[in-house]
Design a protein around this ligand. Structure first.
Ligand code: SF4
Length: 296
């Protein structure tokens, strides 16, 4: 790719991401946006694009990096997160499972069916708590088109109707303590994010998490990649079809009404928003405590 093609690629990428932010009104003047920055290509692109968007409207941005405690993997991501936040002059808040919950993922993953279960729960919990404490109005994540349709198909496979209501680039405020998510890369294929990082020589970490091959997400990703290579455009067609069904035809809203998704309470232990009396993170802390004690 020559310089002209690189410039064209970059400007096309920027146009689509900033276009999505504007079309969906993801960010408004005066907001404080917390970017969930893992150091991977998706979250790094999100940070760079939001930095670009700051040239158009006045809003503030802080990055939050969560170290799950995965030896030989996460430190590369934390390094890339620091480098990019530094380069763009964005304040970076570094959090870890060890400091916030008292254990690393490596120490506790074996107590669960998949490492991704506690990983997702504690990462979301720490991100939300941190974003809420600093007064952020939204959390921007690096979810791309591939992630979105994978999540959707996984919910489909599990018949998890409630998760369908989370489809789309913007999640509503459903509890004052639950900071809503936005997904500026919602319609950008993962492959293009990788091309952007390589083309622009951006420091990101490309390593695969050592636990990822055990997950349902990895199998769904593989299935979708095979479908795409057999028939180009499959992923975009799936996204289009879900968008039509769940957003344009308001099926997501109907599910929310039917399933009572909006009814969140406070966890009786930690006071974080929860759909049950005890939140998932506190429930898991109990499982971890029991297993750790029986290991002694
Ligand atoms: Fe966590 Fe699973 Fe992602 Fe690894 S693949 S970082 S365990 S959610």
């Amino acid at each position: 790719m020559n310089y002209l093609q690189k410039d064209e690629f970059n400007s096309h990428m920027k146009k689509r991401i900033i276009g999505l932010i504007k079309d969906w009104d993801l960010i408004q003047e005066g907001e404080l946006i917390a970017v969930a920055l893992s150091g991977g290509k998706d979250s790094v692109l999100t940070l760079h694009m939001l930095h670009e968007f700051q040239k158009e409207i006045d809003f503030e941005m802080v990055a939050i990096a969560v170290d799950e405690g995965i030896e030989g993997y996460r430190s590369h991501g934390m390094h890339a997160a620091e480098k990019n936040a530094d380069f763009l002059g964005v304040k970076l808040l570094k959090k870890s499972f060890k400091d916030e919950a008292g254990f690393t993922l490596d120490e506790v993953y074996s107590f669960f069916k998949s490492a991704c279960i506690p990983c997702g729960v504690f990462r979301r919990n720490i991100l939300n708590k941190t974003a809420y404490e600093i007064g952020a109005s939204k959390i921007a994540t690096g979810h791309n088109l591939d992630d979105e349709i994978q999540s959707f198909l996984m919910s489909f496979a599990r018949a998890d109707l409630v998760k369908f209501s989370k489809f789309g680039p913007k999640l509503d405020l459903i509890h004052p303590q639950l900071v809503p998510r936005i997904k500026p890369l919602w319609n950008i294929p993962e492959k293009e994010v990788g091309i952007w990082a390589v083309l622009n020589d951006i420091e990101v970490h490309f390593d695969e998490c050592p636990y990822s091959n055990l997950s349902l997400r990895a199998r769904t990703k593989d299935f979708l990649n095979r479908a795409e290579s057999n028939s180009t455009g499959t992923k975009k067609a799936v996204l289009k079809s879900f968008t039509k069904t769940f957003i344009e035809n308001k099926l997501a809203e109907k599910i929310k009404e039917e399933m009572g998704v909006a009814q969140l309470n406070e966890c009786q232990i930690c006071k974080e928003p929860s759909s049950a009396l005890i939140c998932k993170a506190c429930e898991m802390k109990d499982i971890i405590k029991i297993n750790m004690e029986s290991d002694i």
